[in-house]
Design a protein around this ligand. Sequence first.
Ligand SMILES: Cc1cc2nc3c(=O)[nH]c(=O)nc-3n(C[C@H](O)[C@H](O)[C@H](O)COP(=O)(O)OP(=O)(O)OC[C@H]3O[C@@H](n4cnc5c(N)ncnc54)[C@H](O)[C@@H]3O)c2cc1C
Length: 594
Amino acid sequence: MGIRFQKILCVGAIIVGCIAALLILVSKLLQENLPNVLVLENKELEFDYIIVGAGTAGSTLTSLLTKHSNGSVLLIEAGGSFGYLSRIPLLSTFQQMGPNDWSFLSVPQKHSSKGLIEQRQCLPRGKGLGGSANLNYMLHFDGYGPDFDAWHKLHNLSDWSWTDMRPFMAAATPKKMDLYEIPRDYSMLSLALEESKAEFVEQSWQFRRSVYNIKNGLRHSVLQQFLLPVLNSVNLRLLPKTLVKRIKLSSTPNLKASSVLVGIKDEQNKEVEFNIKVRRELLLCAGAYQTPQLLLASGIGDSTLLTQMKLTVQHHLPMVGQGLHDHFNVPLFVSIGSIGPTLNQRTLLSPMNLLNYLSRGTGFFGNFGVLGQVSGHEESLPFGITFFGAGAIDESAFMSISNFKRSAFRALFPLFHNATQEGFIVISNCLQPKSRGTVTLLNKNMRRKPLIDPNYLSRDQDVTCIIAAIRNAVKVVRSSAFAKLQPKIHWPKLRECSNFGPFDRDFAEHQPSDHYLECVMRHIGLGSHHPGGSCALGSVVDSQLRLKGISNVRVVDASVLPRPISGNPNTVITAIAIRASSIVLKSELQDSLL
Ligand SMILES: Cc1cc2nc3c(=O)[nH]c(=O)nc-3n(C[C@H](O)[C@H](O)[C@H](O)COP(=O)(O)OP(=O)(O)OC[C@H]3O[C@@H](n4cnc5c(N)ncnc54)[C@H](O)[C@@H]3O)c2cc1C
């Protein structure tokens, strides 16, 4: 080994060591500094507003109610604070399966996931202040007007059209300086994507470089935007590491939530329970899996289903936990013959990359690796294509967060053993999947995970839509703009699909059969962590987000989305929370005038 190389290694090791020490220090400081934490004693406590869950919606809502209401606000969150590592964009995936991830697994999937262990999908969810907004990949999406117009037309939600939602989307969108857009010349891949646009002018496709919720190289989520600035407010109290286990209803004069039962683990890991009274409103922001879980565990849901689950019915409300939707992604690996440079171990560990990040917040650590997207909103089957600029994928890391069987992983990434491989992953999906799943329970114990069945690919239309998306992705990869990358698509050679391909001609012509593509997607397709719909607007909640039949409970999170968002949903959920705060504050004002 040359002396120069040894020096580089030493400098690299010292830099990595210093960063690690600094991060541990800062993370400790941040974790110990939560103000306004409520101490639960045996006295009866009561709050005007109780908010369950400090995720995307809960953080936003808490902030706005704390600032503008005259009432007291209690925010209850099952997790604590995320460590500082959560703010380094590239390290997002390393949080999955850790203490800040609920690490749900789906029930075995009937129509998909055949290349996954027990046919079960990993369903990560953030646990702690910031919720999934602190675990997610930070991709910002401006929203798509016709989505809301479809809510209006198809779901009879006359006041949720784009005209109604546009101001809230504008309020939810961070200022330009609080976002990071991948520069045009970030790498040869971003450049190729940008230049390929000109070859598809005939199509009404949109080409976008990724825009991230990243500021100065650090995650800038609803936690920084909304929650942290109000944490010291006098009318706010916080209950971290506390699980809401039950909603108690009273029926005089009309059905309403009277209190919530919360559980905290003491030092001996023994559960201690307390009751906290709701004076005005209970706002459920526990996310698309856990809001229905809490409702069902509280006996609020379809009475037949509750009886089947041996739960006492408090309020018959059909459709709680039904209608679950999510996007479904099909990844394909494309190796490139030129130096990208794309994300691999060589580029990542280069001292220059580390220095770039430390001095300017840029380079590979400063974003998640998704460089851009192509979408066809106006197609009869709207599709999305995502370009993830990673050449070498670490087998054990990827398998642990995807639940892939080894054989499926290796079919998808045949060059996995080469840590310096250049390439990218092209991910195809359907923007408006029709498959719908469910959230149910094994029993009412809230410490047990809910039974989540996304039911991916249960509708044939989704298969047709994703096949079209893959074929469009191939067109982009084979465009002249991409030619200088010398891209090579690796059609996965799965034993279970071998009757359908890929055949030699598929590698030459890149036109594998529909049967082969369907087989591939049913084996290696992965959920995209955009669940919604499990307490949908119109069916479970009314247009004021009120739980039907219960006057003082609102659901404010991804559960209320009546259909999928045609892109990344986080900003839309923030917008819904902003709108919810205005609804709640208006009602408070009206009551004060009575
Ligand atoms: C890995 C991953 C990547 C993603 N990438 C993107 C992306 O790049 N762009 C994008 O737009 N979207 C992305 N998303 C989706 C987006 O983050 C979510 O749609 C959004 O955060 C959901 O917000 P929410 O408020 O509905 O729920 P959450 O943010 O999940 O919040 C729910 C909160 O409630 C708490 N909670 C649950 N049950 C209880 C209980 N009983 N008691 C107390 N607290 C409770 C949870 O701990 C959590 O903090 C991603 C999601 C994941 C998981």
